[in-house]
Each structure stands twice: as structure tokens, then as C-alpha cells.
Ligand binder design. Structure first.
Ligand code: SAM
Length: 283
């Protein structure tokens, strides 16, 4: 009788607090033949904490495409493999997409074993709308690239969630102001599930002031969330909004709104309201 294929299990691991590993994740890691890990030494520490002695192999951004072929062969030969990343859910700003895709193409069953994920952990405690959200992964390293990345997000996508690093969070907050205006509500979620877990709420300027009040606050892992586009803004087309933003860099509010209305045939009053929001002024 032909041997049955093994499976690829995509196993989420803790993002800080080791107690967050699920019972099912533990039993999967105990039972598989191989564990493919982003960093075998890092995962080795989790495995020894759990008392699991398993064969590991490294699968990271630089070898994923080649490694995938070997993993698929193992599965086709009847071995079970678990994929883990350093923390959280594999594939979410972490390696694994190519492997999962190739498994799918090769007819190897992929079984998700869900658990922690920083973006969901942050969102569920932020008090920002959760009915729609837009995850953009890591923000780009240079300020102008980041501003373009943020400006490209269409209105109406809901709460925007990004991963960022402690080293550049203050620059990012300036970029958020440049793109969304100084009044946009933000939440910075730091060190989730760890000892110094903290969520800071406010505008970019308020959060920068909070970060600057203590150098330790500029350390650790963080998720930045941006409240959805205010209603008036989301009622404009992307073209109207882009023209208005561009004109606002050169002209007074009223003039920018009037010209945008002329160019796109929109309502001057609605455009003026949005111009006020974008510039942080009130009526
Ligand atoms: N796969 C992971 C997940 O499921 O969230 C994300 C991996 S990505 C390489 C690492 C980034 O996730 C960090 O730079 C940070 O933005 C975010 N992150 C991970 N753990 C976090 C934590 N405990 N608190 C806040 N952000 C965290």
C-alpha cells in the first residue's frame, strides 16, 4: 500500500509570554518529525522550555525557496513537518509564504495551528474600529518611501496597522502627520504580553512627547495603529483627496479647497472641511 503524505503544520508561537502557546501547538510540536524554524537556536530555547526534543531545520528569507523543495519531499515521503517563526504566526511579516504555496501546488496538506499574532493582539486592545482593518506589515526604511506607502492607502480601509521598529518610530510618527494630518488618532502598542506592555493613545505629537519623556520608552517591539479616515475625508474620491493634499502644501485652505472643487467638480464646503481636518485646524 502506498504511504500516505505527511502534512505541513503552520504553528503560531508566543510573541512574548510563553504561557500563550496553545495545547494544540505543544502537541503538534511534540508529534511532528521535523520543525522548520526561522532561527533554530531561538526556537531551540522555546522547545527546551517545553521539554520537546525535535529535529529542526532552518527556513528563513534567504533559503526558503530551496528549502521548500526538501520539506515537500519529506511530506511526500510521509513525514510531518511543523513551520514556526521566531514569534507569533508564521507568514505574517515572517517567512513561510513560498513554502505554503509550494505545498499547495504539490498537493501537500497545510494545517494551521492558530495562536498569537502581534497585529491582532494590538488591535483587540486598542479601542479602534475592528470591523475593517488594513495591515501593511513593516513600514519602509526611508521617510519619503514611508510617506508614499502611507499615502497610497485608499480611504475607507478602516484602521491601519503597521509593524515598526523602536529605532525609527519617532520618524514614522512625523511621516504619519505629514500624510494624515496632525489630528489623526493613533495607538502605539508596545511589548505586548511582556512585562513592560503598554498602549499609548493620542496624536502623533502626543505619542512623540510620551516617547521622549523616557529613553526606555523608545525600546522594544511595537505595533502602530492609525484610526480610520474621518467620515468627511472618506467621502472624497482618491483623486480629490490627492489633489487637495498637494494643493495644501502650497496654498491657503480656502484656495486649495476651491481649486480642488474646480478641478474635480466636487463640493467646495466638503473639501474645505477636509482641508481643515488635514491641517489640524478647527472651524
Ligand atoms: N509573525 C509575527 C506576528 O505574528 O505578529 C510578526 C513578526 S515581525 C518579524 C516582528 C514585528 O512584529 C515586530 O517588529 C513588531 O512590530 C511586531 N511584534 C512582535 N511581537 C510584538 C510584541 N510582543 N509587542 C509589540 N509588537 C510586536
Amino acid at each position: 500500500m502506498a504511504k500516505e503524505n505527511g502534512f505541513l503544520y503552520v504553528v503560531a508561537t508566543p510573541i512574548g509570554n510563553l504561557d500563550d502557546i496553545s495545547q494544540r501547538a505543544i502537541s503538534t510540536l511534540q508529534q511532528v518529525d521535523w520543525i522548520a524554524a526561522e532561527d533554530t537556536r531561538h526556537t531551540g530555547r522555546l522547545l527546551s522550555h517545553l521539554g520537546i526534543n525535535a529535529k529542526t531545520l532552518a527556513l528563513h528569507d534567504h533559503n526558503e525557496k530551496q528549502r521548500a523543495a526538501g520539506i515537500i519531499q519529506k511530506c511526500l515521503a510521509g513525514e510531518h513537518v511543523a513551520l514556526v517563526s521566531d514569534a507569533g504566526t508564521p507568514l505574517i511579516s515572517d517567512p513561510g509564504y513560498s513554502l505554503v504555496r509550494q505545498c499547495r501546488d504539490a498537493g501537500v496538506r497545510v494545517i494551521p495551528v492558530p495562536g498569537p499574532c502581534a497585529l491582532i493582539t494590538a488591535l483587540c486592545a486598542a479601542g479602534l474600529p475592528t470591523d475593517k482593518f488594513h495591515f501593511i506589515g513593516f513600514l519602509l526604511p526611508k521617510s519619503q518611501q514611508r510617506q508614499n506607502q502611507l499615502a497610497d492607502i485608499p480611504a475607507g480601509v478602516g484602521t491601519i496597522i503597521c509593524y515598526d521598529t523602536a529605532r525609527r518610530i519617532k520618524d514614522t510618527l512625523q511621516d504619519v502627520t505629514a500624510v494624515f494630518g496632525p489630528e489623526r488618532e493613533l495607538v502605539l502598542a508596545k511589548e505586548l504580553t511582556k512585562t513592560f506592555e503598554h498602549l499609548e493613545y493620542g496624536t502623533a505629537a502626543q505619542i512623540i512627547a510620551w516617547l521622549e519623556a523616557d529613553p526606555q520608552r523608545c525600546q522594544g517591539e511595537m505595533v502602530l495603529m492609525i484610526a480610520p479616515t474621518p467620515k468627511a475625508e472618506s467621502e472624497l474620491s482618491d483623486a480629490e483627496l490627492n489633489t487637495l493634499k498637494l494643493l495644501l502644501t502650497e496654498l491657503p485652505l480656502k484656495k486649495a479647497a476651491a481649486l480642488t472643487a474646480q478641478i474635480h467638480g466636487g463640493k467646495k464646503n466638503a473639501l474645505y472641511k477636509v482641508a481643515l481636518q488635514l491641517s489640524g485646524e478647527t472651524e
